[in-house]
Ligand binder design. Structure first.
Ligand SMILES: [Fe+2]
Length: 321
C-alpha cells in the first residue's frame, strides 16, 4: 500500500517536473519567437532605411546628365551636333569646371549654344567664364537670360563674353555653315532686357516685347524655306509667339526642369513665369510645325534642391531625313 502510494506521488512529482520543463520550453519558444520577430522588425527597418537612402541619393543626384535628341529635317544634308548649355548660374562642376568641360568635349559637338542665365547676378561670374574659356575651341553662340539682365553690370558681362570669341546674338540672325549645311541661327535678348537704370539709355539693350525682338532679327526677310532655322531664346513660355515665325527649332531654358519632378508622373512642380505645374519645364515639345527643346539647365543652389531633376546638358543631332 505504502509502496503504491509512494509510486503514485513519485509519478506526480515527475509529471510536475515534466510540466515545469514544458513551461520552460514554452517560455523559451516564446522568447525565441519574440527575438525572431524583433530581428525581423530590425531587418525590415534596415531595408526601409537603405531603400530611403537610395531613393534620396537618386532624388538629389546633382551631377549633370547628358540628354540626347535627334531632330530630322529635309533642309539638312550632312548634319551636325549641337551641345546646348543653359542656366549654369555660374555653378561649378569640378576644379575650374574641368569635369564638365571634359564631358562636353567627349560629346564632340560641332557648335555650342548658350541660352541664357549662364552668369548669375548674385553668385559671381567665375564659373561662367571658366566654362566658356574651357570650350573656346568650339564655335559658341549665346543669348542672354533674365539673370544677366538683372546683373549690376550687364554690359560688362556681355563685353567679357564677346571678348572670349562667343557670338552674342542680340536680336540678330546670321547664316552659318556647319559640315557644308548652311542654316539660319538667330537669337533674342531676354525680355528682362537690362534691368539696371544706368544702362537703360542704350536703345539696343532696352527691353522689348519678344515678337518685336524676333521681327528685329530680320527673320521675315530671310529664306527659311530652304535653310534650317534655329532660334536661341532663354524663355520657353513664349512658344505661342515662336509659332508665329518660320522657325524649325527653338532652344530654350529658364524653367530649371520645374525644380521638383516625380518620375513618370510629374515633369516639374514650379518654374519662373509659368508657375505651378509648368507645361514647358524641360524636354522636347512639338506644336504645329515648331519643335522646341527646353534644357533643364545646370543650376546648383543648395537652398533650392533639385529633386529627381539632375542638372542637364542637352546634346542635339540635327540630321537629314
Ligand atoms: Fe532664367
Amino acid at each position: 500500500m505504502f509502496e503504491r502510494k509512494n509510486k503514485y506521488s513519485m509519478s506526480m512529482i515527475k509529471d510536475k517536473d515534466k510540466d515545469k520543463d514544458k513551461d520552460k520550453d514554452k517560455d523559451k519558444d516564446k522568447d525565441k519567437n519574440k527575438q525572431m520577430s524583433k530581428d525581423k522588425r530590425i531587418r525590415k527597418m534596415i531595408y526601409i532605411i537603405i531603400l530611403l537612402v537610395v531613393i534620396m541619393v537618386i532624388a538629389l543626384w546633382n551631377q549633370p546628365v547628358y540628354r540626347e535628341y535627334t531632330i530630322q529635317s529635309d533642309k539638312i544634308t550632312n548634319g551636325f551636333r549641337i551641345v546646348h548649355i543653359s542656366d549654369l548660374h555660374s555653378s561649378i562642376y569640378g576644379k575650374e569646371q574641368k569635369r564638365l568641360i571634359a564631358k562636353i568635349k567627349a560629346k564632340e559637338p560641332d557648335i555650342i549654344v548658350l541660352t541664357g542665365d549662364i552668369v548669375d547676378d548674385i553668385k559671381g561670374e567665375e564659373g561662367a567664364y571658366q566654362l566658356i574659356d574651357g570650350l573656346s575651341e568650339y564655335p559658341m553662340y549665346y543669348v542672354s537670360g533674365n539673370h544677366e539682365g538683372w546683373h549690376k553690370d550687364t554690359l560688362g558681362i556681355f563685353r567679357i563674353i564677346e571678348d572670349r570669341n562667343v557670338i552674342h546674338l542680340k536680336d540678330e540672325l546670321m547664316k552659318i555653315t556647319i559640315n557644308e549645311d548652311t542654316i539660319n541661327i538667330l537669337g533674342v535678348i531676354d525680355p528682362a532686357g537690362i534691368g539696371q537704370e544706368k544702362t537703360r539709355g542704350s536703345e539696343k539693350y532696352n527691353r522689348r516685347p519678344l515678337d518685336q525682338a524676333l521681327v528685329a532679327t530680320g527673320i521675315m526677310e530671310e529664306n527659311t524655306e530652304d535653310f534650317f532655322t534655329l532660334l536661341l531664346s532663354h524663355r520657353p513660355e513664349y512658344i505661342e509667339i515662336y509659332k508665329q515665325f518660320p522657325i524649325d527649332l527653338v532652344l530654350a531654358g529658364h524653367a530649371h526642369g520645374g525644380q521638383i519632378r516625380i518620375p513618370f508622373l510629374l515633369n516639374g512642380t514650379y518654374s519662373p513665369n509659368q508657375g505651378f505645374f509648368p507645361e514647358y519645364a524641360g524636354g522636347l515639345y512639338e506644336e504645329d510645325d515648331l519643335k522646341m527643346i527646353v534644357s533643364r539647365g545646370l543650376s546648383l543652389n543648395p537652398l533650392l534642391p533639385r529633386v529627381f531633376n539632375p542638372p542637364e546638358v542637352v546634346v542635339i543631332d540635327i540630321t537629314g531625313k
